[in-house]
Every structure is written in C-alpha cells, then in structure tokens.
Design a binder for this molecule. Structure first.
Ligand code: HEM
Length: 450
C-alpha cells in the first residue's frame, strides 16, 4: 500500500506529465516516454539545441550545452535532487509522499547515498572511499584486470565452439566489471551472477516515470541487495579481512566520525553497483561503435597507443550516463537566466558531449580526436565520478584484449538496447569471435570462424 502511494505520487504523476508533454511534441518528453525514440536519442537532443542556455524539458529546464552543464555542476548554488524529493511537488502529492514514508531500502538516489547528499555529508562519505579509487590505486589493479579479461576471453572462446554466436554482454562486458569491483571491495566473486541480476533489476531506479511493475521490481531488487549487504557488513564486523569494505567497517567503529550502519550500507552498495552497472555499457557501446566504424578499428590495430583516447571518444559519443539533475539551492543566474530556489534543472550530459561549440563534427566517432577527454560523461564538480580512473582502465583493458584476441570479431545480428533512460547500453550483443589472433593455450584454439 505504501509502495503504491509512493509510486502514484512520484512515477505515476510524472508519467502523466511526460505523456502530456510528449503529445505536445516536446523532444525531451518523447525521449523519456518512448524506448523506440531512445534507439537514437541524439537527433532529439539536437531539437533542444538553440542559442538559449536552457530548453523547456518534459518537467524542468534542460540544458544540452557543455558550458552551461559544467557551470551548473560546479556551482555551489546547486545541490543534488535527493535531499528532499518532495520539493516542488503539488501539496497533495507532498502529503501523499509524507504518508507513504521513506522507501524501505536505500536506492542510489536516496540519502544517505553519496550521489544524493550535499556537503558536509557528501565530503565525509566520499573521503572514506576516495583513496581506494585514486589513479594510483587503479594502476595497481590493472594487471589483475588484464588477467580477468584473459580468463573471460578463454571462457568465451570455449562457449563459441563451432562458430556459435555468443552474447558479449552476458559473457564478457558485464562479467569483467562485476568481477573487478567484487575483488576490489572483497565481496564473493562466486555470487557475481546474482549481483548482476540484482543490479539489472535495480538500475531503472535512476529513471523517472517508471511503470508500476518496473517500480515493484526495482524495490524488490534493491531490498534484496540491501539485505545482503547488511548481512555481509555484519559478518565483516565480526571477522574483518584486509579488503576495502572491512576497512570501512573498522573505520566506522574506531573513529567517532565514522559511518553509521545506514551510511555504510548506502556507501558500499553505491560504490559496488556503480562499479558494474555503468562500465558494462561502456564496453558494449564501445564494441558496437567499432563494429560500425571499420576505419576507426583499423586505426587501433595500426596504433594500439590510441586505445585510451578511443575509450574517451566512446564515452563522449555514446555516454553510458545520459543525464543528471540538480536543484537550485538559492536564487541564482546562469548565463543570464534567473533561476529560483527549489527549481529543478536537468543536465543532458550526452547532448553536451556533442556540443559543436566544443567538439568539431560532434556526431563523428573519431578515435584520434584531440579533445575527446573534454567530455562530461563522468559529470563535473564535487560529484565527478569516483570511479572514473577505474572505468577508463577497465574499458581500455577489456576492449583492447577483446579486439586483439579476436581480430575478426563481428556482430551476429542486431543487439538489444537496455530499456533504461539514464543508463544507455546494450542488454545483449550477439557476436561471432572468428579466429583468435594466437592460441597460447589448447583451449583457446577451440574457437572457430563465425
Ligand atoms: C563508464 C563508466 C562510468 C560512468 C560513465 C560513470 C558516470 C558517473 C557520473 C555521470 C556520475 C555523477 C552523476 C552526477 O553528477 O549526478 C558518477 C558518480 C559516481 N560514480 Fe561513476 N561512472 C562510471 C563508472 C564508475 C565506477 C567503475 C565506479 C566504481 C567505483 C563508479 C562510482 C561512482 C560513485 C561512487 C559516484 C558518486 C560520486 C559522488 O557523488 O561524489 N562509477 N559516475
């Protein structure tokens, strides 16, 4: 009953608003409403691109400009939306939400998730985990990531006996990041398929205007993940190891400024989920982009030192996180537009990454682009992706190992995109492997042409 009220007052009401705007031809609303439109959202983002800093979105101002998005994300005049999600809602809906109470389990956009709080809480949570994901820490994990990639590619080759197509997302793109983040945090790798199922089920929690059945499924998956994490952290408290989560638990207990149980679970679950629900899309999108651009693929074969830049270019043209939002904390002005306290502002990260003011021929995928790294695919300001260095390293290692091991890798039919709005990636991507480049082990030689 409470869940139904919560859905009706948030997603249900938003679905109605989005539907009404879409019928009036609002491009933002069309993208939000329609999975077919989202197959290629970029032409619709262009309909929002005028000289004005903001366009009228489905239910808030939206910006597709790189400079406007960056300014908002870096400004102290804006905070995250999560703090009070009832702000700006009509009084009846606010009352309904108060009646329903908070959701039983914490989602990535609910406080005390790091993504849903402003300083000083944000600073405290982020400080607890930032060292573990520094560029230096990530360099240490590179070799292990390369081993994981090779092991998964061995398995893939075994599965593809007789030239059978294999699903690259299920067998590789999702398994690599979930294995890496599990090992980094010290959660059982043997449970990775279960984690992926929970993560997939929970990922629409970032979206707006969910159907009742998706909302129910999100709540169920979040609750199961939440409950597993609570149990796991309890086990670590009794018997800590030398992994990151044990360090967090110990720090929370030893130091008066440490995290409460709720904060601990929110931080652990966010870092874990963000660690694989996004990178899978980078690997899938990157593969599809290279399938569609043989010339770019050839450049990478001829000059493998281009791989890191190619990964940034993939993040730019097919951003795994398409948009984010902020709330105006105090009356302010952005590029001459006055904004009132409490107003919601949406930042089209993927559209800003195709801003012609910053990127020449913005719709062209060019692995040699000199300013590819100027994208905002990892956001900007204090919430800049904690895992950016890790994601870049994983993307590079995963894609490079894949295309170098299987130079004839190719699509085996059309891939299927995920239904999510904020996260853009593939649910499945059937491929044939072709001949491996070399056969260092007996098992590898079992892969045959597709
Ligand atoms: C290609 C992969 C990834 C992309 C595109 C991505 C994108 C993003 C974006 C856009 C944000 C900020 C959202 C906002 O400003 O509202 C963010 C935040 C975050 N990301 Fe990532 N991410 C990726 C991988 C990862 C990985 C591997 C981790 C694992 C540690 C991670 C952990 C986080 C965390 C904890 C935050 C919250 C940071 C904060 O609020 O201060 N991400 N990510």
């Amino acid at each position: 009953m409470r869940s139904a009220i919560r859905w009706a007052a948030t997603h249900g009401a938003m679905r109605l608003a989005i539907g009404a705007q879409a019928r009036r031809g609002n491009p933002d609303a069309e993208v939000l409403r329609d999975a077919v439109v989202r197959e290629d959202p970029y032409q619709h983002y262009e309909r929002l691109r005028t000289d004005a800093p903001f366009a009228g979105g489905a239910f808030a101002r939206v910006s597709v400009h790189h400079d406007v998005c960056t300014e908002v994300l870096r400004s102290d005049d804006f905070g995250v939306i999560g703090g009070d999600r009832t702000k700006g809602l009509p009084p009846l809906l606010r009352k309904a939400l108060r009646l329903a109470g908070p959701r039983p389990s914490i989602g990535p956009l609910d406080p005390p998730s790091m993504l849903a709080v402003d300083p000083p809480e944000h600073t405290r949570y982020r400080r607890m985990v930032s060292r573990a994901f520094s560029a230096r820490a990530v360099t240490h994990f590179r070799e292990r990531t390369e081993q994981i990639a090779e092991e998964l590619l061995d398995d893939l080759a075994r599965d593809a006996v007789g030239g059978q197509p294999v699903d690259l997302v299920a067998r590789y793109a999702s398994l690599l990041p979930v294995t890496v983040i599990s090992e980094m945090l010290g959660v059982p790798v043997a449970m990775r398929e279960q984690f992926l199922a929970w993560g997939d089920g929970a990922s629409p929690s970032l979206d707006m205007g969910l159907t009742w059945s998706t909302h129910r499924s999100v709540e169920r998956n979040l609750a199961e993940l939440d409950s597993w994490f609570r149990g796991h952290l309890r086990r670590l408290r009794a018997d800590p190891g030398d992994d990151l989560l044990s360090q967090l638990v110990v720090a929370a207990d030893d130091d008066g400024s440490g995290l409460s149980e709720q904060e601990l679970v929110a931080t652990a679950a966010l870092v874990f989920g963000a660690g694989f629900e996004t990178t899978v899309n980078l690997i899938g999108n990157g593969t599809a982009l290279l399938f569609g651009s043989p010339d770019q693929r050839r450049l990478l074969v001829d000059d493998p030192s281009l791989w890191p830049n190619a990964v940034d270019e993939m993040l730019r043209v097919e951003s795994p996180v398409q948009r984010t939002g902020r709330r105006v904390k105090r009356d302010t002005t952005v590029h001459g537009v006055p904004l009132r306290e409490g107003e919601l502002v949406l930042l089209g990260l993927a559209a800003a990454n195709r801003d012609p003011e910053v990127f020449q021929d913005p719709h062209t995928f060019d692995v040699t682009r000199t300013n590819a790294r100027d994208h905002v695919a990892f956001s900007s300001g204090i919430h800049f992706c904690l895992g950016a260095a890790l994601a870049r390293m994983e993307g590079e290692v995963a894609l490079r190992a894949l295309f170098q091991r299987f130079p004839d890798l190719g699509p085996a039919g059309a891939g299927r995109r995920r239904g999510t709005i904020i996260l853009r990636g593939y649910e499945s991507l059937p491929v044939t492997l072709g001949h491996p480049a070399s056969a260092p082990s007996g098992e590898r030689s079992t892969a045959v042409p597709g």
